[in-house]
Design a protein. Structure first.
Length: 274
């Protein structure tokens, strides 16, 4: 077990989805900043190497036994957690008329139910003054047609985080959410191949390293919810409060996003040819 006195101990960070684009970049940044990092990955075969994490734990958010074992492994690795960043996520775009129950259940389990269960399991190890960050999505505040299950799971995660923040305030444990836009990862590529929303390209997809830097920057802020810009925050919440306004703006936003997707595809082709 990792032991140090309270006065001299290194800060401990845990990152779920640590083998993904954002999670992997985040683990590297945390180590650079002096954290002792525990990385959670869904499958043992995707375990991270020592250049990214100090300790690797297998954690499948769809499996109750795996969740329980992961919680025990985290407690065995460290008696305290100073920062826990939830990065794991899954999306399988499909219209409700063609909904597949197994894909719907997997998304809800990974994006919401498993996150709640893992949060419950690690709370005893969260130190006073620690911080829990949920990597949500713009889909958590902006409905994506064709990805209704993903949208629902992310809306649910937003509500869970807001309620948890109230519960943990007396324990002086901070809870916040980040809402990045599209990120240039294999998950985005898979989503678009499956017919994901063109609105992913309202702005240019960001690189995982840039998002990881942004997430760490928000850890020093007191905001409960963090958006890429004040513009995103204002308009997403405006659309939520006025569905009629959203319907009026949708044709213009769709045209803008289609142009952005075309630029993104051209840039991908250019990189491939170089």
């Amino acid at each position: 077990m990792f032991h140090e006195s309270r006065e001299s101990r290194r800060k401990v960070a845990v990152v779920s989805g640590a083998s993904g684009g954002i999670g992997r970049a985040l683990c590297g940044l945390l180590r650079q900043r002096g954290y002792w990092v525990i990385g959670l990955a869904r499958a043992q075969g995707r375990a991270l190497d020592a250049s990214h994490v100090d300790h690797s734990v297998t954690c499948d958010l769809t499996d109750a036994a795996s969740l329980a074992e992961a919680a025990r492994a985290i407690r065995n690795a460290s008696e305290h957690i100073d920062l826990f960043v939830f990065c794991a996520g899954a999306i399988a775009p499909q219209p409700v008329a063609a909904l597949q129950a197994d894909l719907a259940q997997e998304q809800v389990q990974i994006n919401l139910v498993g996150v709640m269960q893992l949060t419950h399991a690690i709370l005893p190890a969260m130190a006073e003054g620690s911080h829990i960050i949920y990597t949500n999505s713009m889909a958590g505040v902006f409905p994506l047609a064709g990805s209704s299950v993903y949208t629902a799971s992310k809306f649910g995660l937003r509500g869970f985080a807001l309620a948890l923040e109230q519960e943990l305030r007396p324990r002086k444990i901070r809870v916040s959410s980040v809402f990045p836009g599209s990120v240039n990862t294999s998950m985005l590529m898979k989503e678009m191949e499956q017919g994901g929303s063109v609105l992913n390209f309202m702005s240019a997809p960001q690189e995982p390293e840039a998002i990881a830097e942004w997430i760490l920057a928000t850890s020093n802020k007191k905001r409960v919810e963090n958006f890429p810009s004040s513009f995103d925050s204002f308009f997403c919440n405006l659309f939520l409060s006025s569905p009629r306004f959203l319907r009026l703006c949708m044709p213009m936003m769709t045209a803008w996003a289609k142009a952005g997707r075309a630029r993104y595809r051209r840039n991908c082709l250019k990189k491939t040819s170089d």
